[in-house]
Design a protein around this ligand. Structure first.
Ligand SMILES: [Zn+2]
Length: 66
């Protein structure tokens, strides 16, 4: 069973695709290895740096201060 990230209980509705907690409105979908308690804890900043966007939103324009 998978612990609910929003409550102190295990998610009752779980299958091979994901898990759903109707009580908290939480849906988890499985990607890669099974979720462990470490995955639900806040990740350290240095663990998974966010990838830089390659397309889409324009880059923030930076100007030197006068
Ligand atoms: Zn829940």
């Amino acid at each position: 069973m998978t612990p609910c990230p929003k409550g102190d209980h295990e998610i009752p509705d779980e299958d091979e695709i994901g898990a759903h907690c109707a009580e908290h409105g939480v849906t988890l979908l499985w990607y890669g290895p099974p979720i462990t308690p470490d995955d639900l804890a806040p990740a350290p900043r240095s663990r998974t740096p966010a990838p830089a966007p390659t397309t889409g939103l324009p880059a923030i324009e930076q100007r030197p201060r006068p």
